[in-house]
Ligand binder design. Structure first.
Ligand code: GRF
Length: 217
């Protein structure tokens, strides 16, 4: 049975497109059952048929909790097996996270725990990091703090700008997200009490994407 994926996105949706392309190519046994956004004009929404789109403006709700509750109900209605935050730029409140615990992942453009939050590429350059990358992690209420399942690394070059570095990271984000979803949707990997278990064995460090093969090792 193919896994049902809900994708939360606020922006252009290149990670969503990577998921759609991997499904189309038969690399991922899944289907996208809904795309959810806090920005009704997000280009990501246009990547799926209208029947699979949900969006609302947080400003139209009385509180952040009310917006989160409406989002959670809409997501639940799609009956997803996995919920993927792919460029979703709002913090999800604790009730949302608790409702979908264990099935909620995020892709973040840094080698967590380094550079949480925004402007990660500029932060990596400013820190003089020799390496940068992306992480797929389970979501907890604290920002970018959940257990990391997998990472992809790229070198930082001496003449990098944040934009150049962002482009290099994006190139590994897409295969990283697909490889992580392959593991999760096939049941090979899961989070158990804050730890990652792969093929029945606990992992004490994140899996790493082998960029030559696209496989997590
Ligand atoms: C990606 O870099 C993702 O890691 C970050 O926001 C960006 C979204 O890109 N959280 P896209 O919308 O998937 O193209």
């Amino acid at each position: 049975m193919s896994a049902r994926l809900a994708v939360l996105a606020s922006g252009r949706g290149s990670n969503l497109q990577a998921i759609l392309d991997a499904i189309e190519a038969g690399q991922l046994s899944a289907r996208v059952v809904g795309v959810f956004s806090d920005r009704p004009d997000a280009p990501a929404l246009q990547r799926v048929p209208a029947a699979q789109r949900w969006s609302a403006r947080p400003a139209a709700f009385a509180s952040r909790a009310d917006f989160d509750a409406a989002l959670a109900d809409a997501v639940a209605q799609a009956r997803p097996d996995w919920i993927v935050c792919a460029g979703y730029m709002r913090i999800l409140g604790a009730p949302f996270v608790a409702r979908f615990a264990g099935t909620l992942i995020n892709i973040h453009p840094s080698l967590l725990p380094r550079h949480k939050g925004l402007h990660t590429h500029a932060a990596a350059l400013q820190a003089g990091d020799a390496e940068h990358g992306a992480s797929v992690h389970f979501v907890v209420p604290a920002l970018d703090a959940g257990t990391v399942l997998a990472q992809a690394r790229v070198p930082v070059h001496s003449d990098d700008t944040p934009e150049r570095l962002a482009a290099r990271v994006l190139g590994v984000e897409h295969p990283l997200l697909i490889a992580a979803l392959q593991l999760l949707t096939s049941g090979r990997a899961a989070e158990r009490e804050g730890s990652i278990v792969v093929d029945g064995h606990p992992r004490f460090s994140p899996l790493t994407l082998d960029s030559a093969t696209g496989v997590l090792v």
